[in-house]
Design a protein. Sequence first.
Length: 124
Amino acid sequence: MSEYQMGAVESRFADIIWENEPISSTELVKRSEEMLRWKKSTTYTVLKRLCEKGIFQNNKGIVTSLISRQEFYSVQSEKFVKETFDGSLPAFLAAFTARKHLTPEEVACLRRMISEYEEVEGVS
């Protein structure tokens, strides 16, 4: 999973696939032209690259994902925290909140996530 990487434009392209899968390659070309202003050749080049990375597959002209959007971004988040904060989620949150103040809704959401984790994992 360490090879799962995408730039910003590739991410926008991937979102088109995730939001519409399964999607025919013909429809993908049409949507990429509308949304990204890409030519057919660009769409197929980027699709091939993302298929080679193991994120998507093009089977007989039908494009589907090999990993979900959530799984992809989970892997990316884990990798970022590991590489940048030595794997420390508290260090990441401290750095993140040093410049961006959390809203009460975000704090409540984080508390719910921690509570649900504690229930599932039996941590207290």
